[in-house]
Design a protein around this ligand. Structure first.
Ligand code: FES
Ligand code: FES
Length: 136
Protein backbone atom coordinates (compact mmCIF):
# COMPACT_ATOMS: atom_id res chain seq x y z
CA UNK A 1 0.00 0.00 0.00
CA UNK A 2 1.28 3.43 -0.89
CA UNK A 3 1.30 5.86 1.99
CA UNK A 4 0.96 9.55 1.30
CA UNK A 5 3.95 11.84 1.90
CA UNK A 6 2.27 13.30 4.96
CA UNK A 7 1.71 9.87 6.49
CA UNK A 8 5.36 8.96 5.86
CA UNK A 9 6.53 12.26 7.35
CA UNK A 10 4.56 11.74 10.57
CA UNK A 11 5.48 8.07 10.67
CA UNK A 12 9.19 8.77 10.34
CA UNK A 13 9.16 11.85 12.55
CA UNK A 14 6.25 11.38 14.94
CA UNK A 15 5.44 14.50 16.96
CA UNK A 16 4.86 14.44 20.68
CA UNK A 17 5.53 10.80 21.42
CA UNK A 18 5.52 10.00 25.11
CA UNK A 19 3.46 10.23 28.26
CA UNK A 20 2.73 12.62 31.12
CA UNK A 21 3.26 11.82 34.76
CA UNK A 22 0.62 9.77 36.47
CA UNK A 23 -1.67 11.40 38.98
CA UNK A 24 -1.62 14.84 37.36
CA UNK A 25 -5.18 16.19 37.55
CA UNK A 26 -4.65 18.45 34.57
CA UNK A 27 -4.05 15.44 32.34
CA UNK A 28 -6.69 13.45 30.50
CA UNK A 29 -5.87 10.04 29.07
CA UNK A 30 -7.68 8.31 26.26
CA UNK A 31 -6.88 4.70 25.51
CA UNK A 32 -8.69 3.12 22.60
CA UNK A 33 -8.35 0.06 20.46
CA UNK A 34 -9.47 -0.73 16.94
CA UNK A 35 -11.48 -3.94 16.85
CA UNK A 36 -10.74 -4.31 13.13
CA UNK A 37 -7.01 -4.80 13.57
CA UNK A 38 -6.18 -4.79 17.28
CA UNK A 39 -4.12 -1.61 17.10
CA UNK A 40 -4.04 0.50 20.24
CA UNK A 41 -3.66 4.25 20.70
CA UNK A 42 -3.06 6.18 23.90
CA UNK A 43 -3.51 9.92 23.75
CA UNK A 44 -2.97 12.35 26.61
CA UNK A 45 -3.83 16.01 26.90
CA UNK A 46 -2.63 18.53 29.46
CA UNK A 47 -5.19 21.23 30.11
CA UNK A 48 -4.61 24.61 31.76
CA UNK A 49 -6.95 26.59 34.03
CA UNK A 50 -8.59 28.28 31.06
CA UNK A 51 -9.60 24.94 29.58
CA UNK A 52 -6.99 25.18 26.83
CA UNK A 53 -4.95 22.16 25.82
CA UNK A 54 -1.35 23.15 26.49
CA UNK A 55 0.33 19.96 25.51
CA UNK A 56 -0.46 16.53 24.12
CA UNK A 57 1.38 13.25 23.89
CA UNK A 58 0.67 9.89 22.36
CA UNK A 59 1.79 6.32 22.11
CA UNK A 60 0.39 4.21 19.35
CA UNK A 61 0.96 0.53 18.81
CA UNK A 62 -0.28 0.25 15.30
CA UNK A 63 0.07 0.84 11.64
CA UNK A 64 1.67 3.83 9.95
CA UNK A 65 -1.67 5.53 9.39
CA UNK A 66 -2.62 5.19 13.05
CA UNK A 67 0.73 6.63 14.13
CA UNK A 68 0.40 9.48 11.63
CA UNK A 69 -3.21 10.16 12.69
CA UNK A 70 -2.27 10.42 16.35
CA UNK A 71 0.85 12.47 15.65
CA UNK A 72 -1.16 14.94 13.55
CA UNK A 73 -3.86 15.06 16.21
CA UNK A 74 -1.41 16.06 18.94
CA UNK A 75 -0.30 18.96 16.74
CA UNK A 76 -3.86 20.03 16.04
CA UNK A 77 -5.16 20.00 19.61
CA UNK A 78 -2.38 22.12 21.12
CA UNK A 79 -3.72 25.58 21.81
CA UNK A 80 -7.32 24.50 21.29
CA UNK A 81 -10.03 24.63 23.91
CA UNK A 82 -11.61 21.33 24.93
CA UNK A 83 -14.71 22.32 22.97
CA UNK A 84 -12.70 22.99 19.83
CA UNK A 85 -10.79 19.74 20.21
CA UNK A 86 -14.11 17.95 20.55
CA UNK A 87 -15.04 19.17 17.05
CA UNK A 88 -12.15 17.41 15.32
CA UNK A 89 -13.53 14.72 13.03
CA UNK A 90 -11.76 11.66 11.75
CA UNK A 91 -12.69 12.83 8.25
CA UNK A 92 -10.52 15.95 8.77
CA UNK A 93 -7.59 13.73 9.69
CA UNK A 94 -8.22 11.28 6.84
CA UNK A 95 -8.41 14.17 4.40
CA UNK A 96 -5.25 15.86 5.64
CA UNK A 97 -3.31 12.60 5.44
CA UNK A 98 -5.02 11.42 2.24
CA UNK A 99 -5.86 8.07 3.82
CA UNK A 100 -7.25 5.39 1.52
CA UNK A 101 -10.62 3.80 2.42
CA UNK A 102 -9.11 0.75 4.15
CA UNK A 103 -7.20 3.10 6.48
CA UNK A 104 -10.12 5.30 7.49
CA UNK A 105 -10.57 3.34 10.72
CA UNK A 106 -7.05 4.44 11.74
CA UNK A 107 -8.27 8.05 11.80
CA UNK A 108 -11.42 6.98 13.64
CA UNK A 109 -9.13 5.65 16.33
CA UNK A 110 -7.62 9.12 16.69
CA UNK A 111 -11.04 10.78 16.99
CA UNK A 112 -12.08 8.21 19.58
CA UNK A 113 -8.83 8.80 21.46
CA UNK A 114 -9.25 12.57 21.77
CA UNK A 115 -12.89 12.20 22.84
CA UNK A 116 -11.92 9.66 25.43
CA UNK A 117 -9.04 11.85 26.71
CA UNK A 118 -11.39 14.84 27.09
CA UNK A 119 -13.91 12.69 28.93
CA UNK A 120 -11.21 11.40 31.25
CA UNK A 121 -9.98 14.93 31.95
CA UNK A 122 -13.51 16.11 32.73
CA UNK A 123 -14.09 13.22 35.09
CA UNK A 124 -11.08 14.43 37.12
CA UNK A 125 -12.52 17.93 37.39
CA UNK A 126 -15.86 16.95 38.84
CA UNK A 127 -15.80 17.62 42.54
CA UNK A 128 -12.55 19.53 42.40
CA UNK A 129 -14.06 22.55 40.62
CA UNK A 130 -15.08 24.25 43.87
CA UNK A 131 -11.63 23.83 45.33
CA UNK A 132 -10.14 25.14 42.12
CA UNK A 133 -11.98 28.48 42.38
CA UNK A 134 -10.07 29.29 45.58
CA UNK A 135 -6.59 30.71 45.79
CA UNK A 136 -4.26 28.72 43.61
FE1 FES B 1 -1.63 -4.15 11.05
FE2 FES B 1 -3.00 -2.06 11.93
S1 FES B 1 -3.70 -3.79 10.97
S2 FES B 1 -0.94 -2.47 12.08
FE1 FES C 1 -5.82 -0.53 12.15
FE2 FES C 1 -4.39 1.33 11.12
S1 FES C 1 -5.34 1.34 13.02
S2 FES C 1 -4.75 -0.62 10.31
Amino acid sequence: MAYSDKVIDHYEHPRNVGAFEKGDESVGTGMVGAPACGDVMRLQIKVNDEGVIEDAKFKTYGCGSAIASSSLLTEWVKGKTLEEAQQIRNTDIAEELALPPVKIHCSVLAEDAIKSAIQDYESHQQGSTEAATGQA
